[in-house]
Design a protein around this ligand. Structure first.
Ligand code: NAG
Ligand code: NAG
Ligand code: NAG
Length: 605
């Protein structure tokens, strides 16, 4: 949005008048590579410090038309003042476009490559925290990450958007659709930071990239990419995923391209050039519609060398000096159990009709391993053989939590921390164990589930980004959380607020040490014990609704229903595709479940 020239004059005058004070009101910056931009005034959550908020700065040209699927092109300079006071368009997916009215749908939906910058002092030189949002590579946007907690600290915060879903990740490994365009969006945003962040009071030599869930997949993918220039990133944090997770790499891109080409009604879909043409020319919403049931993720072997080899191999060759902090929430995988529970049990007429072996295998199969090794090993080590072929789920619940968490989150994070630990920079590993008043488990109606979410996927972010009205205890905890993240970002070492005597140590061996984030920070020596944390936790009975009720005298985990109208960003992990009659029935049920979940988000966008 461009403002009239009158504002430009005002811009010049005000800029002169307030150049001396840290806060410029209204905030205005001349972006070195681009032009003037106007921001808004906001304030921090706990001490009401003023923040200058630039909520939608375009860093790339709209990746539409001939640019669709291609590497992003840096945004050309402008002369009028660009109005970045409000959040703008979010990157399109099926659900958020469906929610638009006819007028909005006619706009350039793909013009979404903007980033937000928050600063307290334009003339300072503060460390930069650069956030990459999550949302299973198909959801999410910058507006979901309010700055008011993190900006209590002396940093500049950047929250970038990137192309999501088919538009961000479709690839035929050809020049027309080279692949990993979404990671290239993040790389271009980092490049923008190098060139421009000093104008916002940021120090381009102190950049911490951090992300959660798919955002952690994006973050680790960006960190290990040979196409990320040395010096663009100084530290990194991955929360609850890594590029080593099975769901962070898409192995079926070519099959998808052919299928989408056919679904779009194009001719000659056996020919990859025809596929490219078809998807390039497709109407945005039609493309999103045919791809709406699919999962997307980065690919290996894209034409621009973003991820030229398997992530594991890239890490072996990795030689940049980038300290890493990596961790997960205590019950991290339970969101996949919650979101897939109905789909997994419906074909059998309910969990009671399934054996422990059947249900456990479905959980393990979300990890998309083809060797069967995890199935055999996990069934063997986590579950008493006497109950495997019974329906004694009561005796298997804790193993279910461990299995679904290990396969999808904990093992990929531990593997990443270990692999990076063999490189040159320190690696800190953590388990986030704090259960506060709110949980993202309650984003959906889960009253039908026989279990609780526990310390759920994304619950860590509740204390970094203010989306819930925290009570006093949770606010105290949020201050500690923000301090850990800030000190790691700024000093390369996480520090415990108010306890300078407590030192959080980097891993010395692949086992540890690692730390637990709770009301107090504590330490563990062997992070592999987290793989069976739920099986060995005496409090685990609270997770199972029937057991918790039988124990009414005990203190249940009481997680209040979230009252917030916030959007939901960590979504459907669809179950793996399977062949065979009984299985395709199950697949149908899974799709139905996925649609139900999608349906419940629709109105949020
Ligand atoms: C991003 O900038 C473009 C202009 O380049 C604007 O049309 C769009 O609305 C902005 N989007 C966001 C998310 O702010
Ligand atoms: C479409 O939505 C926009 C944004 O909410 C609104 O300003 C506009 O009036 C709507 N147009 C129609 C035709 O409903
Ligand atoms: C599940 O079990 C119940 C009771 O044992 C039975 O009536 C029902 O038919 C079973 N459902 C299926 C789909 O097998």
């Amino acid at each position: 949005m461009k403002l009239a020239t009158g504002v430009l004059c005002m811009f010049a005058t005000v800029a002169l008048a307030t150049a001396q004070s840290a806060i410029m009101d209204p905030p205005q910056v001349i972006i070195p590579t681009q032009g003037p931009v106007l921001g808004a005034i906001d304030e921090t959550a706990w001490t009401n410090q003023k923040i200058m908020a630039f909520r939608s700065i375009p860093f790339a040209e709209s990746p539409n038309g001939p640019l669709r699927f291609l590497p992003p092109k840096a945004k050309a300079a402008w002369t009028d003042v660009y109005d970045a006071r409000e959040f703008g368009r979010i990157c399109p997916n099926y659900e958020n476009v469906l929610a638009l009215n006819d007028t909005q749908r006619k706009e350039d939906l793909e013009d979404c490559l903007n980033l937000s910058v928050y600063s307290k002092d334009l003339s300072a030189k503060k460390p930069v925290m650069f956030y990459v949002h999550g949302g299973i590579f198909g959801f999410g946007n910058a507006a979901l990450y309010p700055p008011h907690y993190l900006m209590e600290k002396d940093i500049v915060l950047v929250v970038t958007q990137y192309r999501i879903g088919s538009l961000g990740f479709m690839s035929t490994f050809t020049p027309e659709m080279p692949g990993n365009q979404a990671i290239m969006d993040v790389q271009l945003a980092l490049d923008w930071v190098q060139k421009n962040i000093h104008a916002f009071g940021g120090d381009p030599t102190k950049v911490t990239i951090f992300g959660q869930s798919a955002g952690a997949g994006m973050t680790s993918g960006t960190v290990i990419s040979p196409k990320t220039p040395e010096g663009h990133i100084q530290r990194s944090i991955v929360q609850s995923a890594s590029i080593l997770a099975p769901w962070c790499i898409n192995r079926i891109a070519l099959e998808q391209a052919k299928r989408f080409c056919e679904s779009l009604g194009c001719q000659g879909c056996n020919d990859v050039q025809k596929q490219n043409e078809c998807m390039k020319n497709a109407d945005t919403f039609e493309l999103l519609t045919v791809a709406r049931q699919d999962m997307f993720a980065p690919v290996v072997g894209d034409l621009n060398g973003v991820l030229p080899e398997e992530p594991k191999t890239l890490i072996e060759k990795f030689s940049k000096n980038i300290p890493v902090m990596a961790g997960f929430t205590k019950h991290d995988g339970s969101f996949l159990m919650a979101q897939n529970f109905d789909a997994f049990t419906a074909p059998y007429g309910g969990l009671a009709n399934m054996t422990v072996r059947q249900f456990a295998n479905l959980l393990i199969d979300t990890g998309k391993d083809t060797t069967g090794l995890p199935n055999n090993l996990l069934l063997h080590t986590l579950i008493d053989p006497a109950i495997l072929d019974t329906n004694n789920h009561d005796a298997a619940w804790y193993a279910y939590y461990d299995i679904i968490s290990d396969v999808n989150i904990k093992s990929p994070v531990i593997a990443y921390a270990s692999a990076m630990q063999r490189r040159i920079a320190p690696v800190y590993a953590y388990s986030f164990d704090y259960a506060g008043e709110y949980s993202r488990f309650n984003d959906q109606d889960n009253s039908q589930l026989p279990f609780e979410g526990g310390v759920y996927h994304s619950d860590d972010n509740i204390y970094l980004f203010d989306r819930f009205p925290l009570n006093a205890d949770d606010t105290e905890f949020a201050k500690k959380m923000v301090h850990l993240w800030y000190t790691f970002a700024v000093e390369g070492e996480p520090k415990v607020l108010g306890h300078t005597e407590i030192t959080v140590k980097p891993k010395e061996t692949e086992a540890g040490p690692y730390f637990h984030i709770n009301k107090d920070v504590t330490f563990g020596t062997n992070i592999l014990t987290e793989l069976t944390a739920i099986s060995h936790d005496p409090e685990s009975y609270k997770l199972i609704r029937s057991k918790a009720n039988n124990n009414a005298s005990q203190n249940n985990i009481k997680i209040e229903k979230a009252k917030s109208e916030e959007e939901v960003d960590q979504q459907i992990q669809k179950a793996p595709a399977k062949k065979g009659s009984g299985k395709s029935r199950r697949r149908g049920a899974m799709k139905k479940r996925a649609r139900k979940i999608v349906g419940s988000f629709k109105h949020h966008f």
